[in-house]
Design a protein around this ligand. Structure first.
Ligand SMILES: *[C@@H]1O[C@H](CO)[C@@H](O)[C@H](O)[C@H]1NC(C)=O
Ligand SMILES: *[C@@H]1O[C@H](CO)[C@@H](O)[C@H](O)[C@H]1NC(C)=O
Ligand SMILES: *[C@@H]1O[C@H](CO)[C@@H](O)[C@H](O)[C@H]1NC(C)=O
Ligand SMILES: *[C@@H]1O[C@H](CO)[C@@H](O)[C@H](O)[C@H]1NC(C)=O
Ligand SMILES: *[C@@H]1O[C@H](CO)[C@@H](O)[C@H](O)[C@H]1NC(C)=O
Length: 179
């Protein structure tokens, strides 16, 4: 009798776990947008606030871009690569030149704050390593607010175009909401 009850409980637990997994799959959200990172020009969207001097003739990427340098960004997020397309949000936060070697990796600590569309007023928090020379970079989504409260997920970044230091980055973000 006790054995049957235990078995029944186990079956129920497994069944409810499966339905949670199914529900999470159904509600997984995928958002795509383009980020405009413009550290140079008359109206930069990213500014260098601290760090070592850069050495443009050094063969070492870390020295070339100033290992230890910190930038603050407020970059526009748009629906197409065109800077004048619909603004859906802004990427606000920091990136740090955190690699001494030639792999040129950044530590990204930022929020995507949505200002239009269905996610207006909600935000996502990103924290992770960005090896910018790789074709596709993956960064963890560690949380969010509003629609994305307690969310988990990942962001895939791919450079769309680059003009000296100014870049347009395509983002594909997959978010699993919490409930
Ligand atoms: C998640 O999906 C379920 C079933 O498809 C739906 O009833 C529910 O409203 C969704 N939740 C959110 C937060 O969208
Ligand atoms: C910059 O790098 C070049 C090449 O490695 C080196 O010769 C030069 O001394 C470096 N300049 C500074 C200021 O460190
Ligand atoms: C966006 O629009 C402004 C004003 O019309 C224009 O000056 C600028 O060149 C446009 N930018 C792009 C990337 O098309
Ligand atoms: C986004 O939300 C804010 C605050 O609720 C509102 O003022 C604004 O009009 C909304 N923008 C769009 C494009 O829906
Ligand atoms: C975006 O990411 C999702 C999940 O990884 C994938 O299914 C989809 O094909 C990607 N889309 C693009 C345009 O890369």
């Amino acid at each position: 009798m006790a054995y049957t009850k235990t078995l029944l409980c186990l079956v129920l637990v497994i069944a409810s776990m499966a339905s949670i997994t199914e529900a999470r799959k159904r509600n997984t959200t995928n958002i795509q947008f383009y980020m405009h990172d413009t550290p140079s020009g008359s109206n930069p969207s990213a500014v260098r606030v601290a760090g070592q001097p850069t050495n443009s003739t050094s063969p070492d990427m870390g020295a070339m871009f100033g290992f230890g340098s910190i930038y603050v960004m407020d970059n526009a997020l748009t629906v197409t690569p065109d800077a004048n397309s619909t603004l859906i949000g802004r990427a606000q936060g920091l990136y740090v030149m955190s690699s001494q070697g030639n792999d040129m990796s950044l530590l990204m600590t930022l929020t995507y704050n949505f200002v239009s569309g269905v996610y207006n007023g909600s935000s996502l928090s990103i924290m992770g390593r960005n090896p910018v020379m790789s074709e596709v970079r993956e960064m963890p989504v560690v949380g969010g607010t509003g629609f994305f409260r307690l969310a988990r997920g990942f962001a895939l970044a791919k450079t769309y175009s680059i003009d000296q230091v100014n870049a347009i980055i395509g983002y594909n973000v997959t978010i699993i909401p919490y409930y």
